[in-house]
Structure formats: structure tokens, C-alpha cells
Design a protein around this ligand. Structure first.
Ligand SMILES: [Fe+2]
Ligand SMILES: [Fe+2]
Length: 149
């Protein structure tokens, strides 16, 4: 069982978007399992970077979409993205300094962030775009092979 579960109310009914959110949850859970199993710092850092890269890719794709559609809530939404990016950078530095409390902190932040941000912030622009009949397409996120060492 992962630390973050995909729940029906996380589904925004936009396949591209839902798929990316599912991948982010899968990566978070993969990181969680590695942490639970006391994997080496190097593996934790590798999984952290994978997760960070996917999160940044996803947030940038969302922002580009909101920008082109003229969504007025872009600034507030971007602020939440930026806050998370800053937190991720700080936590990665901490983890690189072999402070494993960074892994627990990351999981706690993402557990809350992924679900609340999707339910509240992402839903807002999806509602806006659907109201305007705008198509929501996101560039494809690199699929992660979880079996990789
Ligand atoms: Fe999102
Ligand atoms: Fe977002």
C-alpha cells in the first residue's frame, strides 16, 4: 500500500492530466517504499530526482496551458507551484547531506500537497477550461520504469 492513494475525486476527467497525476502518485509511492525499506541514500536521491523532475515537468506544462488559455487564476496557481519547487530544492540539499529526515518531510509534504492541490487548485482551471470548451492537452511525461535499479 502506498502513502498516497488515487481516489475517485482526484480524477478531473481530463485523460492527459489524470495520467500525469497518477504517475506523480506512483513515483511518490515508489519513493515511500524505498524509504520504508531503508534503501541507501544514493537510491533515495535518485528516486527523489526522478520525482522532482516529473513534478517540475507537470507544473510547467500546467502553467503553459493556463497561460495560453488566459486563465485569471494563473498567478495564484503558479505561486503554489513555486513554493513546492523551493521546498523540493531545500529537501534535496538536506537529503544529499545524508539527513534522512528530508525523506520523511518530502513524503509528508507530498501526501498533503498532491491531494489538496489537485482537488482545489487544478480543479479550478479544469472547470474554467471546460466552461470555455477549451481542450486540455499536455505534453507526454516520460514514463518511468519502476523496475529499474
Ligand atoms: Fe497538477
Ligand atoms: Fe497545479
Amino acid at each position: 500500500m502506498g502513502i498516497v492513494q488515487w481516489e475517485d475525486d482526484l480524477e478531473l476527467r481530463i485523460p492527459d492530466l489524470d495520467r500525469q497525476h497518477q504517475i506523480l502518485i506512483e513515483l511518490t509511492n515508489a519513493f515511500y517504499h524505498a524509504y520504508q525499506e531503508h534503501r541507501e541514500n544514493e537510491e533515495l536521491r535518485r528516486r527523489f530526482l526522478q520525482l522532482q523532475e516529473a513534478l517540475v515537468f507537470h507544473m510547467d506544462a500546467e502553467e503553459a496551458l493556463m497561460q495560453t488559455s488566459g486563465f485569471v487564476g494563473l498567478a495564484a496557481h503558479r505561486r503554489e507551484h513555486i513554493m513546492l519547487k523551493i521546498q523540493l530544492e531545500k529537501l534535496y540539499d538536506k537529503l544529499s547531506g545524508r539527513d534522512h529526515s528530508a525523506a520523511a518531510d518530502l513524503l509528508q509534504i507530498l501526501q498533503d500537497w498532491l491531494t489538496r492541490h489537485i482537488r482545489e487548485m487544478d480543479r479550478k482551471y479544469v472547470v474554467y477550461m471546460m466552461g470555455k470548451n477549451l481542450a486540455v492537452h499536455l505534453p507526454q511525461m516520460v514514463q518511468v520504469d519502476e523496475s529499474s535499479p
